[in-house]
Design a protein around this ligand. Structure first.
Ligand code: ADP
Ligand code: MG
Length: 150
């Protein structure tokens, strides 16, 4: 079965928790593990904060768009802003690269999101905005216990 949701919210960091909680509530029928919940929260926090801080430079009159689709055990998240976009995507994707060292940014957001996702795509054009498409399977791997020999 396919299920989908869309959320549009002001580009204010106070809405980060709304974005995280909405998606966690949406995927709860899949019974995600605590680890998966943590990973998805991190992905959304990084993506949404990038849209707000970098895309919109904290202009709360602008809107961030968050979409989630569940197809079986596949989750697809799309985070979109129509802000300033990324000049040099290759540079931006490198660990520790940030254009806002003044805000004490660690430059790890894109790297972390990519690491925690099964697939991670960025579409961006300078002046047009940024769209992240993140895919992650919500599976239940059964824990394999080895035989203990005494
Ligand atoms: N939505 C976005 N809009 C514009 N620029 C972005 C966006 N997301 C990321 N960037 C650019 O990519 C850089 C790296 O992002 P990230 O790895 O999350 O590090 P940080 O947020 O700590 O700077 C940012 O400094 C910024 O220049
Ligand atoms: Mg970031």
């Amino acid at each position: 079965m396919i299920n989908k949701m869309e959320l549009k919210f002001s580009a204010s960091l106070s809405n980060e928790v709304l974005a995280r909680q909405a998606v966690i509530a949406f995927i709860s029928p899949l019974d995600p593990s605590l680890e998966q919940i943590g990973e998805i929260k991190t992905i959304i926090a990084e993506g949404v904060s990038n849209a707000i801080i970098h895309g919109y430079e904290l202009d709360a009159s602008k809107d961030v768009f968050l979409k989630a689709i569940i197809d079986g055990e596949d989750l697809e998240l799309t985070i979109t802003d129509y802000g300033k976009g990324i000049e040099n995507l290759e540079e931006a994707r490198k660990p520790h690269y940030t254009t806002r060292p003044d805000l004490e940014r660690a430059g790890m957001g894109l790297t972390i999101m990519e690491t925690l996702s099964d697939s991670f795509a960025i579409k961006t054009l300078p002046g047009m905005g940024c769209k992240l498409v993140i895919k992650k399977k919500i599976t239940h791997e059964s824990v394999a216990y080895g035989t203990v020999s005494r």
